[in-house]
Design a protein around this ligand. Sequence first.
Ligand code: AMP
Length: 170
Amino acid sequence: MKIIILGPTGSGKGTQAKFISRLLKLEHIEIGAILRKEAKRNKLIKDFIKKGKLIHDDIVIKIIKSKIKSNDFILDGFPRTLKQAKSLKFKPDLVLFLNVDKKNIVKRLLLRKREDDIKENIEERDKIYLKKTIPVVNYYNKLKLLKKVNGNPEIKQVSKNIKKVLEKLI
Ligand code: AMP
């Protein structure tokens, strides 16, 4: 099974992707973690992440292609642009969209204390999300692959809601 999870930074998609990957025994492919590892030896990637900017599509697409090795996975953090979405050669079984209010996102990000979770780039990431990633949400919605889940409640409740969506699918 191939699942994509979409949502703004701080929506809890990493946590929920881990939950889904354990539940359905899918490989968890987390582009943010892969890029943070790359950043240790690539200054350009490091600077982009620190500023909250998206890494160039061609780079990210190439990385993702090299990571997809099986038929069962959950993609977390990819695609974030239409070009990335259209680069995928498979049809996902499901695209989960975690919808979280902005005030909750800011609260969660500032609690997380990651190096790139600073006030200035939280705003920047939000702007980029609205401009680049919302079109991806609309794209999968038109393809009737999208399921929207309320990501505002506490983690366990969101997992329960996701489980309900998955049970209908399998
Ligand atoms: P995340 O851990 O998903 O919040 O991603 C951290 C950072 O990695 C983002 O702010 C971007 O700089 C970069 N990044 C993650 N996913 C992508 C993507 N699909 N395309 C481009 N850049 C990305």
